[in-house]
Design a protein around this ligand. Structure first.
Ligand code: PLP
Length: 381
């Protein structure tokens, strides 16, 4: 018990999830549609509070795939994507036979760098191809520089696909993340701030776009009594069982945000006297992160015996999970021929960064164990 595994981010049920699932069984809505799906979508629309429309899907990756299709991305097109992210942000570009163009991060949010973005757009246009979309990500819940990125996107008339998979509950200038894109995407995978065991959502500005997403997600059936298809369809809708979990999770989302933010405060305190360790935090009040994962940068040199890998191994030895940051996409073998714009910021962040246990279900005993292990590490300084 005392040495049980402390996970980075594990599912945390609120208590009401099983009631919604029971209701689904009792009424035999065991299908990829039903009252929980409709209810979960409504809960999300109210939570996002920006007159948006939500379509519940089988995963965040599916939402990105459909989002790109609806933005008109086709084989041979180019799509701009933040390099420092999870591969699911970029893989759907390849599903469509399009080419990703990766962009470096900027140091304050770790997200897409406005300068490198504009350089890339200008250069791609000069080479004869205007990018079809910009995929911007709120990494670890930290909002990207929304105003700057929106200004550039509008100046060149390129739509933004906002990957808010990690940022449900975060805000920028008081507005919820997940409402800034021409199309936005959420994820409810098992490790996210709320989960449906697996699932995602597409967020649109109009009802017509939402209906289009749901149409594509349910095999693109034309309006006819027989099965008639004039477009490629997908089987991407969320099941009514999963949506039941989602409805229960929505009741505790704000609590989860507060708990994750308090984990971030906890790490700020633990590292408050250590110059070499930087806890990734909001640069000013415009940015409000859900701190989905609390992350640190360890600014020491390779031979010091106190790098992020040294800390990861020390924690692992005490049965505490931690993980390096997302390895930038332009450094991944699968994307090694893709164009890249920027310098070495994301690469350096990756080399120095570590995600620490951040779950909303971590208790005082977990914190004590984490703190003791971190103190051990700090005693090497
Ligand atoms: C989790 C995640 C996704 C994919 O969501 P799934 O629901 O797991 O398919 C996409 N982008 C980012 C940044 C993520 O963290």
């Amino acid at each position: 018990m005392s040495n049980s595994k402390i996970w980075l981010s594990s599912p945390h049920m609120g208590g009401n999830e099983q009631n919604y699932i029971k209701e689904a069984f009792d009424t035999n809505w065991v299908a990829p549609l039903g009252p929980n799906v409709t209810g979960f979508e409504k809960d999300l629309e109210e939570y996002l509070n920006q007159d948006v429309f939500v379509g519940a899907l089988s995963s965040g990756t599916a939402a990105i795939h459909l989002g790109l299709i609806m933005l008109g991305v086709k084989a041979g097109d180019e799509v701009i994507c933040q390099s420092m992210t999870f591969s699911a942000s970029a893989n759907p570009i390849l599903y469509l036979g399009a080419t990703p163009v990766f962009i470096d991060s900027e140091p304050s949010t770790w997200n897409i760098c406005p300068n490198a973005l504009e350089d890339a757009i200008k250069d791609r246009i000069s080479k004869g191809k205007k990018p079809k979309a910009i995929i911007a990500v709120h990494l670890y819940g930290m909002p990207f520089k929304v105003n700057e990125i929106r200004q550039i996107a509008d100046a060149y008339e390129i739509p933004i696909l906002e990957d808010s998979a990690e940022a449900l509950g975060s805000t920028y200038k008081g507005q919820k993340c997940g409402t800034f894109g021409d199309i936005s995407v959420l994820s409810f995978n098992g490790n996210k701030i709320i989960t449906t065991s697996g699932g995602g959502a597409i967020v649109t500005k109009t009802k017509i776009l939402k209906e289009k997403a749901v149409f594509l997600a349910t095999q693109a059936r034309d309006n006819a009594p027989h099965y008639q298809h004039s477009e490629i369809g997908y089987n991407y809708r969320m099941s009514n069982i999963c949506a039941g979990i989602g409805r229960g999770q929505m009741e505790v989302l704000d609590q989860h945000v507060n708990k994750r933010r308090s984990m971030h405060d906890f790490y700020k305190t633990v590292f408050s006297n250590t110059e070499e360790v930087e806890v990734f935090s909001e640069q000013n009040e415009d940015f409000y992160s859900n701190h989905w994962l609390s992350s640190i940068l360890i600014n020491t040199d390779e031979n010091s015996g106190k790098t992020r890998e040294d800390l990861r191994l020390l924690l692992d030895n005490e049965n505490i999970e931690s993980r390096p940051l997302w390895k930038p996409m332009h450094l991944q073998p699968i994307f090694n021929t893709a164009p890249y714009y920027g310098g070495t910021i994301s690469e350096k962040i990756f080399e120095k960064g570590l995600c620490l246990p951040s779950g909303s279900n971590l208790d005082e005993f977990d914190r004590e164990r984490i703190k003791n292990s971190l103190k051990k590490f700090l005693s090497f300084f």
